[in-house]
Design a protein around this ligand. Structure first.
Ligand SMILES: *Cc1c(COP(=O)(O)O)cnc(C)c1O
Length: 397
């Protein structure tokens, strides 16, 4: 088999041809700077407006509440730093979780070094926060709660509407990193009591290097990028017009018939999970069922290293990840797997396969043929495994 099997859609997706098609004229003939006044520029300004409307519609927001950014990470940074700095007089306390993406976690750590106090909520074995723990963590000085919609490593979908309700009742701003949720879960920012929401084009078949932040009307937030008057004077920098156009087209496609797309992904996901769990000493990370992202599979194979599995999978033409794209290559086990209570040695044996629109049942079958052999090969070389086999196969963890 020489065709590449891509199962790392949570790291990034391809850009759909249809999306690229809409983008192309904005590199070539429609290249005017949207801030200029001639008609060449009115075309690009109009294209950005159309895209803004599409994002607003996908979230049930108003177009005036959508701001384009250079990435999902920038949207997260802006939401958290911007709210923290603009509301400093009210308080300096922020609540988030231990399993956020680094774009949120490292931003919070930065704020801690600059006079803010941050509470990192723990999660249970499946990765859910406790609403009671959230309520208990709120103080008079709490200005912001930031909880991700769905986790990029283990697929856990948080009770966002309930979290939003608690924050709204206490008059605390609520931000959610919805980068993994867009296109997988229907989102209504009004119904879900969301004040700020981050998204990124390249996680839903749009281009890389473009994201957006929803900021509910009336939310106090400082600018992150200072300069010209773009994005209604809130985010400086000449617009990535083609990128914005691509993001708008992609979100329109991603939020159409979610149910139908999910049914296909869930069937593939559950087949993959079931097959992988037949490998001895394998555990599933994250929940089962409809509180798990439709395309997410994350397992730990005990007694081996996730990185070694990835290399052998690559030899077999399969693209996967050992956790998040940002941490693979690092020797530290995933902070998410540690937060759900896995010991270091088991967290090291993790494999994430994230499915998307390009995957087929045939590919799942092939992967299920290849993986058990890889795991066996690696275990046969593992001294830990040898001691387990000698002991008669009882796991000590
Ligand atoms: C990918 C991702 C990000 C970062 O988005 P970029 O556009 O790559 O900066 C943030 N949060 C989550 C949950 C992600 O999966």
């Amino acid at each position: 088999m020489n065709k590449t099997i891509y199962m790392d859609y949570a790291a990034t997706t391809y850009t759909k041809r249809e999306v690229v098609g809409e983008m192309l004229p904005y590199f070539t003939e429609n290249f005017g700077n949207p801030s200029s006044i001639y008609s060449l520029s009115r075309v690009t300004k109009k294209a950005i407006d159309v895209s803004r409307d599409r994002v607003a519609k996908a979230l049930n927001a108003d177009s005036s509440e959508i701001y384009f950014t250079g990435s999902g990470s920038e949207a997260d940074n802006w939401a958290i730093k911007g709210v923290a700095l603009a509301n400093r007089k009210k308080g300096n306390h922020i609540i988030t979780t231990k399993i956020e993406h680094h774009a949120v976690l490292h931003t919070c750590e930065y704020l801690e070094k600059n006079g803010f106090e941050v509470t990192y909520l723990p999660v249970d074995k499946e990765g859910f926060i406790s609403l009671e723990a959230l309520k208990a963590a709120i103080k008079d000085t709490t200005i912001l709660v930031s909880v991700m919609f769905a986790n990029n490593e283990i697929g856990t979908i948080q009770p966002i509407k309930e979290i939003g309700k608690i924050c709204r009742e206490r008059k605390i701003l609520f931000h959610t990193d919805a980068v993994q949720a867009i296109g997988n879960i229907p989102i209504d920012v009004k119904d879900m009591n969301i004040d700020l929401l981050s998204l990124a084009g390249h996680k839903f078949y749009g281009p890389k290097g473009v994201g957006a932040l929803y900021i509910r009307k009336g939310v106090r937030i400082d600018n992150l990028i200072h300069g010209g008057g773009q994005e209604r004077a809130r985010r400086a920098g000449t617009e990535n017009v083609a990128g914005v156009v691509g993001l708008g087209k992609a979100i329109e496609l991603a939020t159409a018939n979610i149910e139908e797309k999910n049914a296909k992904l869930i069937a593939l996901r559950d087949k993959l999970i079931e097959g992988l769990l037949k490998v001895p000493y394998t555990r599933l990370n994250g929940p089962k069922g409809n509180k798990r992202l439709p395309g997410n599979v994350n397992v730990c194979f005990e007694f081996i290293e996730g990185e070694s599995v990835l290399l052998l999978l690559d030899d077999a033409g399969i693209c996967a990840s050992s956790g998040s794209a940002c941490t693979s290559g690092a020797l530290d086990p995933s902070h998410v797997l540690l937060a759900i209570g896995l010991p270091h040695e088991i967290a090291h044996g993790s494999l994430r396969l994230s499915l998307g629109e390009g995957n087929t049942e045939g590919e799942v079958d092939y992967v299920l043929e290849v993986i058990p052999n890889i795991v066996k090969r690696l275990r046969d070389m593992s001294p830990l495994w040898e001691s387990v086999v000698k002991k008669g196969g009882s796991s000590n963890v």
